[in-house]
Design a protein around this ligand. Structure first.
Ligand code: PBG
Length: 324
């Protein structure tokens, strides 16, 4: 029954025909927009390493999130910068941290917009690691306790979802218990479950001032060459109480998304990270890529692999393109 009876091109003849047989659709409902909050007042400062992204002070962020809500984007992901850094990252769980203030301002102005917060110490510690250090090593269990305090501070400020990105073992369970003990049984946890030690976080670390002061993150983030560990990581986080899990980065880890989708029933998020985003823009700026087409092809590929949710700095662009 091959050619000439079978002609695959029949289903590609017109835009309507292609639309009818299409399997994957990226919609605004899939998108989460990451944002950066800094201490201070009246600040909206472009981030040099991240095109079209800004540092916002808490008093300026609600105006911006009103635009996000108006576009129909369901959620923002907040990253915070501290006034001062120390060895333990204590500002991470301060009730008046820039992030806590921003959460309160956003939920007051746009109650229906979901606020997800990144829970990690790296932007708050003076050494830039995602946990606390003892004898030149990251102290896993002590770090979990501090991360739980940070998650609690965000929940108290009104965060809908807390998203631990540190990769300590056992932190989902510790955070879940801490939230429940204080009555935050409805605060959800989005676990950065399969997070790889990737070179593609470079522009983000400039934006969050969170590059490690010594060494690297390979002792806690996953080895890019290990696929099966991702399944164990996700399984453990679900057992510990994660409501949603994430694969990160997205583009170079589509196989991990595909495998996770086949294995697990809970929502899977994928983070289209800073380096992936800037790579696309650098190529578009140089005239090598069509910016909008490459953006949508990228997001479609991540969705096609099995992601239900895509965290991306391209979220606003994507809505504009989808509406055009
Ligand atoms: C914090 C964190 C990082 C990212 C999200 N949360 C950086 C890192 O782990 O070094 C990266 C996001 C991006 O590159 O867009 N641990």
């Amino acid at each position: 029954m091959g050619f000439p009876n079978t002609r695959m091109r029949r289903l590609r003849t017109t835009p309507t025909m292609r639309r009818l047989v299409r399997e994957t659709t990226v919609t605004v409902d899939d998108l989460v927009y990451p944002m950066f909050v800094c201490p201070g007042e009246n600040i909206k400062q472009p981030i040099p390493s991240l095109r079209d992204c800004f540092h916002f002070s808490p008093d300026r962020i609600a105006a911006e999130t009103a635009e996000i809500a108006a576009l129909g984007i369901p959620a923002v992901l907040l990253f915070g910068l501290p006034k001062t850094k120390d060895a333990r990252g204590s500002e991470a769980w301060a009730a008046d941290s820039a992030v806590a203030q921003a959460i309160r301002a956003i939920k007051k102005a746009n109650p229906e917009l979901l606020v997800i917060t990144d829970v990690c110490l790296c932007a708050y510690t003076d050494h830039g690691h995602c946990g606390v250090i003892r004898n030149n090593r990251i102290d896993n269990d002590a770090s979990c306790g501090l991360l739980a305090q940070m998650a609690l501070a965000h929940a108290r400020a009104g965060a809908d979802i807390v998203a631990p990105s540190d990769m300590m073992d056992g932190r989902i369970g510790v955070i879940r218990r801490a939230l429940d003990e204080e009555g935050f049984t409805e605060t959800a946890i989005l676990s950065y479950a399969a997070k790889y030690a990737s070179a593609f976080y470079g522009p983000f670390r400039d934006a969050a001032h969170s590059a490690p002061g010594f060494g690297d993150r390979k002792g806690y983030q996953m080895d890019p060459a290990a696929a099966r560990q991702a399944i164990c990581e996700i399984e453990l986080d679900i057992e510990e109480g994660a409501d949603l899990v994430m694969v990160k980065p997205a583009l170079h880890y589509l196989d991990i998304i595909l495998t996770a989708r086949a294995r697990f029933e809970i929502p899977i998020a994928a983070y289209h990270v800073s380096g992936e985003y800037m790579m696309l823009h650098a190529a578009a700026d140089a005239g090598y890529l069509d910016r909008d087409a490459a953006t949508m092809e990228t997001l479609t590929a991540i969705k096609r692999a099995g992601a239900d949710i895509i965290l991306t700095y391209s979220a606003k662009d994507a809505v504009r393109i989808l509406r055009s």
